[in-house]
Design a protein around this ligand. Sequence first.
Ligand code: GTP
Ligand code: MG
Length: 356
Amino acid sequence: TDFVNIEQLAEFIAFDGQKLLQKLTSMGINPEKISLKEANLISLEYDVKIQHKNEKGNIKQRSPVVTIMGHVDHGKTTLLDYLRNSQIAKGEFGGITQKIGAFHVLTPEGQRITFIDTPGHEAFSNMRVRGANSTDMIILVVSAIEGIQPQTLEVIKLAHQNQVHILVAINKIDVPGARPDLVEKQLKEQGKLDLEPFGGNIPVVHISALNGTNMDLLLELILFESELMELKEDYDSLAEGVVIESRRDVDNDEKSCTIIVQKGTLKVGDHIIIGNNYCKVRSIKDDKKNMLKQAFPSYAVEITGIKELPQSGDVVFALESENKAKVISQRRIKNEEELNSQEEQFIQGSGSKLKF
Ligand code: GTP
Ligand code: MG
């Protein structure tokens, strides 16, 4: 197996070598023989991941994770409702999406796609930033009636910043007066998108999310793009993922959160670090509330067993033992406290009463 030396690791996580030595010793890791797994673990604490080839792992294809984005009311949730035969849009307060949702769809051929629905309202740009992270591609939904709007442009910018491939879905083509052709031109000229109809590489599909027109085409496009991406992941390693959102049940006060598994397989009973806390996974459910024993790469699932509500965007990872999870959790909490107190000293020092 591969080992990393302490100098390499210290450099990689930009951490003082002497302190790292203390850290390794306190964790019971031999500093002369740091395995890639241990190095990963430590670097994860700093939210850095070491890329390495895993020759023993069980590398298999994973399904694509697709984020649906666009201006408010352009039909993102309706699109998902059609694909998964649900009625979420109708039940939303004020008809607008206010949180990120994660869903899965099985194509007629049985292929799985994970979808992330994001709000289009301008107030929720932080959720759009998260939605554009950790996704394989973005479906940019644009109304064929309204055309380019401020959040359409915001999404294009986010996609560029994160270097995520865009597929364009021009929606509401059933509405009389819809001009998808004009919207394409707008996207090319104002949005500077290299659309396929003009010889570029960004596919466009004209849909009606309400009637389901061309939704099969959209699914085909997604699968085609994801094949080109050769999405593969190790199914055997300890799970790693990211928190989409978390909630507390009003009836029984149980805390739960939705996460996307990005690597490895998450199992019921796993000891995980989630944010700064650790816990044992009590249950895993898919978006239709089916109980699962395990969740594979690209799965979006709801887990219970968490003691504290994590923040959206928090990293999740499983560990071999509860003890390890506990140690890392304590260390993370301590690190944060130290950082906070440094910040406080800094604020006091500068004589300001500002609080972050
Ligand atoms: P936010 O999440 O708040 O940004 O909105 P959204 O993009 O999810 O839009 P939503 O799916 O809630 O749809 C907004 C309105 O447009 C609803 O009244 C939908 O019924 C309607 N709508 C969505 N797609 C279509 C479509 O293809 N045709 C028609 N005629 N109406 C549509
Ligand atoms: Mg919506």
